[in-house]
Design a protein around this ligand. Structure first.
Ligand code: ZN
Length: 271
């Protein structure tokens, strides 16, 4: 099986340290890794970057920045600083991109939050330019509109990108968040036409879903037409990684070697 375009997010195998994860992914012949910031805690990102490259793992992105909206200006400024730190961390690691979970704040309208998101991204752009780091807006499923993201559709992400209009600002498409969207193919096409299709994340939607955050399924366990969405993405000429990003209390409680094997089988059969 060709695993050169398979990438795994470190959070997918959360029980493993990044040192364990990099060894296991490399042994399995997996092509890429997306690093979650918490897995770098207490470590030198430059050194981790070297270790990843020496194992022939492509560093696909750093997760995550964002969370720009806030009720008061001081908190928005704090978020901007944190995003600049994430960009510097990505540069040290050697990751070309930071994925943004854009944020939403109860107590203000989604429209206001979206404006603050666009303003926040614009504010960190000079830092992104300095380090040549891409910023990928990840639209989140509407169930997260309350407090995690005011950007809930590809159309909304495309709008914000169009407002900012910068080659370093694009979109991460995650099947978990957008699979239900009747305009998905069209909006993926629009993003790609504008050279803004930056990343493609896969997992599955379980029926029933027991937890808003940590009950994602392995590909094939749920109801998302992953091959169908992949065809939409492929049709645009996208040649990036297929990133497996699964938050799952259920899978985290299992043997992670077994889980990694299951991920590879699921990738072959259901992506
Ligand atoms: Zn994602």
């Amino acid at each position: 099986m060709d695993k050169s375009r398979l990438c795994i997010h470190t959070i997918t195998t959360r029980p493993w340290s990044i040192e364990q994860a990099m060894d296991k992914y490399a042994e399995a012949g997996i092509g890429g890794i997306t690093v979650w910031r918490q897995s770098l805690e207490g470590r030198d990102p430059e050194k981790i970057g070297e270790q990843l490259r020496s194992r022939n793992l492509s560093i696909v992105s750093l997760c995550r920045g964002g969370f720009f909206p806030a009720l008061v200006a001081a908190d928005r400024e704090k978020a901007i600083e944190e995003n600049r730190a994430a960009i510097r961390e990505a540069a040290a690691l050697g990751a070309p991109m930071v994925v943004l979970v854009c944020g939403a704040t109860p107590g203000q309208s989604l429209e206001e939050s979206r404006k603050q998101i666009a303003d926040g991204i614009a504010a960190v752009l000079p830092t992104a330019e300095d380090y040549k780091i891409k910023l990928a807006i990840e639209p989140l499923h509407p169930m997260y509109a309350g407090d995690r993201s005011a950007v809930n559709t590809m159309a909304s992400a495309n709008d914000i990108c169009q407002k900012i209009h910068h080659p370093l600002v694009g979109i991460a498409v995650d099947v978990y968040h957008v699979w239900w969207d009747p305009n998905l193919a069209e909006q993926i096409g629009i993003a790609a036409d504008r050279s803004r299709l930056f990343a493609f994340h896969v997992c599955d939607w379980l029926v029933p879903t027991k937890d808003f955050l940590n009950d994602r399924g392995l590909m094939g366990e749920g109801c998302i037409d992953i091959p169908g969405i992949r065809r939409m993405v492929d049709a645009t000429g996208f040649n990036g990684f297929h990133e497996v990003e699964i938050f799952s209390d259920r899978w985290w409680a299992t043997d992670q070697d077994e889980f990694l094997a299951r991920i590879q089988t699921a990738y072959r059969e259901h992506c």
